[in-house]
Design a protein around this ligand. Structure first.
Ligand SMILES: Cc1cc2nc3c(=O)[nH]c(=O)nc-3n(C[C@H](O)[C@H](O)[C@H](O)COP(=O)(O)OP(=O)(O)OC[C@H]3O[C@@H](n4cnc5c(N)ncnc54)[C@H](O)[C@@H]3O)c2cc1C
Length: 380
């Protein structure tokens, strides 16, 4: 009988799992003993880390976008529809196109999305680089910026927790290059009592801020934005004037998990930190941002999770055991300006340590930005 794997979400994690499994089960797929179906509501893949560079005009949108179909290895069947409902007892998925997809194993890789409605005035008054439209709008705003107050504010949780730091460091150097840094105040706010949710990164960032004369305001949880007065207010009672407001909006998970009873009450899926199993269902797994795990929502996390999970799925579909366990591993490059970068790597047990930024790491990140497509195809 055919063993059917269904994967929801044609983003980083979904493509990696689908391709990895299809590669390994190519013979079984050819003989009709296994199938891999990928359901995605978008037929184009966007390489999100590139959006940071789009904001500064350093990458073009077309460098970041590829058709999903072109990123699949033979054996993956792509359905361009939305997964509307998962029935974990009946073991099927219902799609926006009216299909019922029965599965033996299901992987949910629906990612995370911006919740722009949570903060009044945010949509009207703020800029962000977490969507392509937003990054292009911010690029225009930067071109028009002649100095003043740049205020940055963060909602939690958000994906790529180091991206706002990267923006601040890049902006600092960009403003120096343009000769407007002496007319510009950079105010970096953060919701908790340090500059980053990971302690070591927070300590390092606070030191960098001091060197670069970037003001840090902690305990700043966004409450509302007044686009007319150009003010942002925090729940803690602070009000900051801005000429340019760059925010990382709070994120939420896709509603399909919650509406299918697979979340912890909110929108993130209830996930085992090692097996990536969802709730009590031993045939449903998560990769990437959609999980409620205590790890960064990052492409590297989706990658490490996908590697082990795909191995487990191949074992399970061929009569073996799920032996791979995810250890919380994450890897993040951190741009520390326009031509230097550092990186952090950590897991559930070992916190990150930081090394001084170098040009070599910056160029390594630039190279990765151009070859990650191979990663999606499970080639590297
Ligand atoms: C500006 C920026 C910079 C970043 N920089 C880095 C970085 O330097 N390093 C790093 O590791 N990470 C970085 N990230 C984060 C990284 O892009 C994400 O963490 C990663 O893409 C998560 O992968 P995912 O598979 O969980 O979700 P995604 O890649 O977002 O894919 C989810 C997919 O599921 C689809 N979907 C959702 N719901 C449904 C549904 N019901 N039915 C069908 N399809 C659905 C979505 O449309 C999407 O295509 C960055 C992100 C941003 C925005």
């Amino acid at each position: 009988m055919t063993k059917r794997l269904v994967v929801i979400g044609a983003g980083t994690g979904g493509l990696m799992v689908s391709n990895h499994v299809a590669r390994q089960l190519s013979k079984e797929i050819e003989h009709g003993e296994a199938s891999v179906t990928l359901v995605g509501d978008r037929d184009e893949y966007l390489y999100q880390p590139g959006l940071l560079y789009v904001a500064f005009g350093l990458m073009r949108p077309r460098e970041l976008i590829r058709k999903v179909q072109g990123l699949l290895v033979p054996g993956v069947h792509f359905i361009h529809e939305r997964a509307e409902r998962i029935d974990p007892e009946g073991r099927y998925v219902l799609t926006s196109g009216g299909r019922r997809l029965d599965y033996d194993y299901l992987v949910v890789a629906t990612g995370s999305d911006l919740d722009l409605d949570e903060i009044p005035g945010l949509k009207e008054g703020a800029h962000w680089f977490y969507t392509l439209d937003g990054a292009l709008r911010l690029q225009d705003a930067l071109q028009d910026f002649r100095g003043g107050h740049l205020v940055m504010a963060m909602g939690l949780p958000h994906k790529c927790p180091v991206a706002p730091l990267e923006f601040a460091f890049m902006f600092d150097e960009w403003a120096r290059e343009r000769g407007i840094r002496d007319k510009t105040d950079i105010i970096y706010t953060f919701p908790i009592n340090r500059a980053h949710s990971i302690e070591n990164v927070g300590i390092w960032a606070a030191e960098e801020f001091q060197k670069r004369e970037i003001t840090l305001e902690t305990f700043f949880n966004m409450e509302s934005v007044d686009p007319v007065k150009q003010e942002i207010a925090s729940l803690e009672g602070s009000i900051l004037n801005y000429d340019l407001l760059v925010v990382i909006p709070p994120h939420k998970g896709d509603r399909v998990g919650m509406e299918s009873g697979l979340t912890d009450g909110g929108t993130w899926l209830s996930t085992d930190r090692h097996t990536l199993q969802v709730g009590q269902y031993d045939n449903i797994f998560v990769v990437g941002d959609a999980a409620n795990l205590p790890v960064s929502k990052a492409g590297s996390v989706a990658h490490f999770e996908a590697d082990g999970l795909a191995e487990n799925l191949v074992n399970l579909q061929t009569g073996g055991r799920a032996v791979h366990r995810y250890d919380g591993r994450a890897f993040c490059f951190i741009e520390a300006g326009l031509d230097k970068a550092t990186y952090v790597t950590f897991d559930y047990i070992n916190p990150p340590t930081l090394t001084p930024p170098t040009q070599g790491v910056h160029w390594f990140k630039q190279a990765y930005n151009r070859i990650h497509w191979m990663n999606l195809k499970a080639i590297i």
